[in-house]
Design a protein around this ligand. Structure first.
Ligand code: URA
Length: 197
């Protein structure tokens, strides 16, 4: 079936999930990948950032957001005084590189979704930031224009979710960076609101 076997994935611990993703053949993206890219960071994070899928650099290095978009993401994290591995986990809607970096198809995101959902269940982040339309589609099943979803508090499994622009989009539309920064400050407020006084 064109989906990672849900019930099995739901029972996996982290090492099992890591192995299952590395060996996954649930959709055709497995045919051209160099490797699957599960994610990187703190396994007990406050923040979970979810992008679209690995690009060429990520496919080679096995880590999300290591190219140009990743540098911008790292700068945004630094401005928040956090970093990948320090209260932050970074993952993607799909774990295998779509050929030519095309947008993942809905069926590919659906095939990969059980892994993303299991990651979230095991990581238990306190805030989720969705980077761009593909992540929004995958987690919230919503296809509205991203600009209409910013600044709102969504929820997934009881965890607050915030939507912002994908860093690769920001690199092409630099003035929009101010909006992404607003979104991150909004996310930080939702995170801090949960702190026990
Ligand atoms: N873009 C993404 O969406 N994810 C990556 O890991 C790299 C670039």
């Amino acid at each position: 079936a064109l989906q990672a076997a849900n019930a099995a994935v739901d029972a996996m611990n982290w090492p099992e999930l890591t192995r299952a993703v590395a060996e996954c053949r649930a959709c055709p993206l497995c045919q051209q990948r160099k490797q699957a890219v599960l994610g990187v960071g703190d396994l007990n994070p406050d923040w979970l950032f979810i992008g679209e899928g690995p690009g060429a650099d990520e496919d080679v290095q096995g880590e999300p957001f290591v190219g140009q978009a990743g540098k911008l993401l790292d700068n945004m994290l630094a401005a928040l005084n956090i970093a990948r591995g320090n209260k932050v986990y970074i993952g993607n809607a799909v774990k295998c590189r779509p050929p030519g970096n095309r947008t993942p198809e809905a069926a590919e995101m659906a095939a990969c979704r059980p892994y993303l959902e299991r990651q979230i269940a095991l990581l238990k982040p306190k805030i989720i930031v969705l980077l761009g339309k593909a992540a929004v589609h995958s987690l919230l099943h919503d296809d509205k224009a991203l600009g209409t979803m910013r600044g709102k508090r969504f929820e997934y499994a009881g965890i607050p979710v915030v939507v912002t622009y994908h860093p690769a989009y920001l690199l092409r539309n630099l003035p929009e960076k101010a909006k992404a920064w607003e979104d991150l400050l909004f996310a930080r407020r939702l995170l801090r609101d949960q702190a026990v006084p």
